[in-house]
Design a protein around this ligand. Structure first.
Ligand code: XUL
Ligand code: CO
Length: 436
């Protein structure tokens, strides 16, 4: 097959002075920052569902994306062609990783057996392309939300037969992820939640979800898959109340059901903001307990109340994200997956390149800025100073469990009213701006 993006060559790093929109201005994969190549800090992945399968439709209008390589059919030939186009794309952008849902890759058949056969056929091509182009699978997942059978959810469905079907589908998706050398597997609870409590036994549904995940852990062990399992929080959409609403809710669920050791979180920026948090909030909640595994890199829109999945081009946000990633010592199995789509108005194939270049450059800058802030040390020093009352005296006695209410009452009787110091928020925001 001739190239799908014949007029586009390999995207090169040309530096900040370049005016070429098809060049990297900041992402220099081989540049070493803090002892590690940029590519290894950032571990960029493309999302198959957005890159190859998103027609850019919205609730009011049909798809606009031009995909000259796609004949719109559900044939296996068409599915194979897409895989080849995808790997050409990864190669030209020097994207090392990718992620997929089972049903993005291959058409759903009229039975599970047929669906699995379709999947096997496409995975064969994918594996060949993966070897040939030296690409890696960051994580795989199963689509448990598009088909009408999942109308009431999958693992949390009121219908036990649907639970069984979902289990069979996930079993296969984990096997395929394993076969492709996947470094992780993500559970995003697409319809695991409810619209009204009038018809919902929440406790029973959550028990079932936990059972489902325990079965997945068992299966993973049985087949020897050593990749990391992730849960991806999202508070709403498609249903009004999704159970895995944010990082804290997921961690609570995992602990309650004795699953914490087997899962980390895949935090998506736009999901955090839908939950009413900043992305750095959810990343910090996860990272505090060693559970920050991977990131779905995108951003939301202040003026639209849904998951707009925009490309992450806000340098302020990429800086904040990279500050957290650097302070946890970097990714191990995870990375930055562009779970992002072009605007419906950006419908030409070349926009796929512009969009990913924009996201990669924004994260490269975020990485450089975050590293400079850390190296400079003033932000860290301020944080250290702010909590210095805990480093000696009464603070250290509290932290080392040497005092209780009685001693603290005596201490307070004997001392004056506490004196507070300003939090200096604006000064610190300006400090960040100094580096941007
Ligand atoms: C949906 C979403 C998913 C997951 C994978 O909002 O983010 O694409 O990342 O199922
Ligand atoms: Co996502």
């Amino acid at each position: 097959m001739s190239q799908a993006f014949a007029e586009i060559g390999k995207i090169a790093y040309e530096g900040p002075e370049s005016k070429d929109p098809l060049a990297f201005k900041h992402y220099d994969a081989e540049e070493v920052i803090d002892g590690k190549k940029m590519r290894d800090h950032l571990r960029f992945a493309a999302a198959y569902w957005h890159t190859m399968r998103n027609s850019l439709s919205d609730p009011f209008g049909m798809g606009t994306a031009q995909m000259p390589w796609d004949d719109g059919s559900e044939s296996l030939d068409n599915a194979r062609r897409r895989v080849k186009v995808f790997f050409e794309f990864l190669e030209k952008l020097d994207l090392e990783y990718f992620c997929f849902h089972d049903r993005d890759l291959a058409p759903e058949g009229s039975s599970l057996a047929e669906s699995n056969k379709n999947l096997d056929a496409i995975v064969k091509t994918l594996k060949e392309e993966q070897m040939r182009r030296e690409k890696k699978l960051l994580w795989g997942t199963a689509n448990l939300f598009t088909h009408p059978r999942y109308v009431h959810g999958a693992a949390t469905s009121c219908n036990a037969n649907v639970f069984a079907f979902a289990a069979a589908q996930v079993k296969k998706a984990i096997e395929v992820t394993h076969e492709l050398g996947g470094q992780g597997y993500t559970f995003w609870g697409g319809r695991e939640g409810y619209s009204t409590l009038l018809n919902t036994n929440m406790k029973r549904e959550l028990d079932h979800l936990a059972k489902f995940l325990h079965m997945a852990v068992d299966w993973k062990k049985q087949i020897g898959f050593t990749g990391q399992f992730y849960i991806e929080p999202k508070p709403k959409e498609p249903v009004a109340h999704q159970y895995d609403s944010d990082a804290a809710a997921c961690l609570n669920f995992l602990r309650e059901y004795d699953l914490r050791d087997h899962f980390k979180l895949n935090i998506e920026a736009n999901h955090a903001t839908l939950a009413g948090h900043t992305v750095e909030h959810d990343l910090t909640v996860a990272s505090n307990t060693g559970a920050l595994g991977s990131i779905d890199a995108n951003r939301g829109n202040l003026f639209l109340g849904w998951d707009t999945d925009q490309f992450p081009t806000d340098i302020y946000q990429t800086t904040q994200i990279m500050l957290i990633v650097l302070s946890m010592g970097g990714f191990s199995t995870g990375g930055l997956n562009f779970d992002a789509k072009r605007r419906r108005e950006s419908f030409e194939p070349i926009d796929l390149f512009y969009a990913h270049i924009a996201g990669m450059d924004a994260f490269a800058r975020g990485l450089k800025i975050a590293h400079a802030i850390r190296k400079n040390g003033r932000l860290d020093e301020h944080l250290k100073q702010r909590y210095s009352s805990w480093d000696s005296g009464i603070g250290s006695l509290i932290e080392s469990n040497e005092v209780g209410f009685e001693e603290l009452a005596t201490y307070t009787y004997e001392n004056d009213e506490p004196v507070n110091v300003s939090a200096r928020q604006e000064m610190l925001e300006n400090l960040i701006n100094e580096f941007i």
